[in-house]
Design a protein around this ligand. Structure first.
Ligand code: FE2
Length: 451
């Protein structure tokens, strides 16, 4: 039996919580706010655990926690919610032992109490070891764009993920904007939920089968390599850092779920093995395309996933072309070699169409990404009207990446020179809106740093 103090101003919730704990044999004291709790704690022997709400009149949960840790330290669990992300982070720094996202059920309550109340270990049927759950980092923007939370939302506190919002809760938009201003950029969702958020349908039975699934170690190495080494090369000085970090985490989460699927993983892995430059370029196009799309006002996670995938795979048709030919400058190519290079959009589409989990638009973008608005591109030489809006974004990101990233055929330009070069050579053949969005990414960052 444990001696528990419940601090909660809700007149209905407090007795309900007390009933659960009393029915399990615990001794429970109630306080209706932090101030009364402080008086009770002062006058009593130390409690085994305090379970406290955060928002309360007179003295809130975080203030009470600060006082308890300084004067009569004991285990402290805070009841939190989606609108209380920053308070939760602060409470974690102050030494809170655990958090419970309201509303919680009896099992969640007991799981939080379990490590604190030893006697529960002997009698409780709840499994003592929680299953390993993997999480994906998602920009806070994904949450403010819809009125309801689509999935349970977590905040990362040290090594631990704490649930702060439930699927179906209203999004506290004003509060989220306030957090944004205070510098909070990311929240977390369970990886399976991210997969649904972007509507990525994969054949689960195939992934779960060990024979064809991706070797975990191989995947981990791949992710580490992508995350630490390659993605950093895509950062171009002068770009809006916040937008870059957003797009980078989105790409990381996309790669993470994509690499569960063996066909898609093989594509990524071969591209990576075939030519470092090709892979770095593809990641760069993916990140800049996501930033451009966001700047143009695209918001849905599904569309953003297609943008991200299109950037990654637009040049996949090059994976079958000899590296020696890929590394030659265009002027030195023979006619046959040039024909081979110009076949990569069609070959890319064929490859992508053979992977069922990849949306068809991604294949279409691969096919069209060398078309232009003037009708002078390849393979078909169609004009503006027949080019998919997604392709227009990829084209701008592709041309930009070609200018700024170093490659065997190019030295790499500064972003300012790259934009100038694009204005002189491609202004008539690329989408005006997408190109303006790219320029804004640099102009906005310049304005922010000058302010
Ligand atoms: Fe290409």
């Amino acid at each position: 039996m444990a001696n528990i103090l419940i601090v909660e101003d809700d007149e209905f919730f407090r007795p309900a919580l007390k009933n659960i704990l009393v029915s399990r044999g615990h001794q429970v004291t109630e306080a209706e706010n932090g101030k009364i709790a402080r008086q009770i704690i002062n006058a009593s022997p130390i409690f085994d655990v305090v379970i406290s709400d955060i928002q309360m009149p007179f003295l809130d949960g975080v203030e009470l926690l600060t006082w308890v840790k300084a004067h009569k330290p004991c285990p402290f669990i805070l009841m939190t919610g989606f609108a209380l992300v920053m308070e939760t982070q602060k409470a974690h720094e102050l030494g809170a032992d655990d958090f419970l996202a309201k509303p919680f059920n009896e099992k969640e309550l007991m799981l939080a109490l379990l490590p604190i109340i030893k006697s529960e270990l002997k009698t409780e049927a709840v499994a003592p070891v929680a299953p390993v759950i993997e999480y994906c980092k998602v920009s806070i923007d994904e949450f403010v764009s819809s009125p309801k939370i689509l999935f349970d939302v977590y905040v990362k506190l040290g090594p631990k993920f704490v649930k702060i919002g439930h699927k179906g809760d209203n999004v506290p938009i004003e509060q989220m904007n306030h957090y944004r201003e205070k510098g909070l950029r990311f929240l977390y969702v369970v990886r399976e939920d991210f997969r649904q958020l972007v509507s990525f349908n994969i054949n689960l039975s195939r992934v779960l089968s060990e024979k064809t699934g991706v070797n975990k170690e191989k995947k981990a190495n791949f992710m580490r390599y992508t995350g630490e080494i390659i993605l950093e090369t895509a950062f171009i000085n002068g770009v809006d850092k916040e937008a870059f970090d957003d797009a980078k985490s989105f790409l990381q989460s996309s790669l993470d779920i994509l690499s569960d699927e063996s066909d898609a993983f093989t594509l990524l892995d071969t591209m990576n093995a075939h030519a470092d430059y090709l892979y770095a370029h593809s990641l760069c196009v993916s990140i800049y395309a996501v930033m451009i799309a966001k700047k143009m006002g695209w918001t849905s996670a599904q569309s953003m996933f297609k943008v991200s995938l299109s950037g990654l795979f637009h040049d996949i048709g090059k994976k079958e072309i000899d590296r020696e030919i890929l590394d030659k400058s265009r002027a030195l190519l023979s006619q046959a070699e040039r024909r081979l290079i110009e076949s990569h959009p069609s070959r890319g589409q064929e490859i992508l169409m053979s992977v069922p989990s990849i949306p068809s638009e991604v294949g279409q973008v691969a096919y069209e990404h060398h078309e232009d608005n003037l009708g002078t591109g390849f393979p078909r030489g169609v004009g503006k009207r027949e080019i998919h809006p997604l392709t227009q974004i990829i084209r701008v990101a592709n041309l930009f990446s070609e200018q700024v990233l170093k490659s065997p055929t190019r030295p790499g330009m500064t972003p300012k020179n790259a934009i100038q070069y694009m204005t002189i050579h491609f202004a008539d053949s690329i989408d005006v809106v997408a190109f303006k969005a790219l320029k804004d990414l640099f102009d906005d960052a310049a304005k922010t740093s000058a302010a």
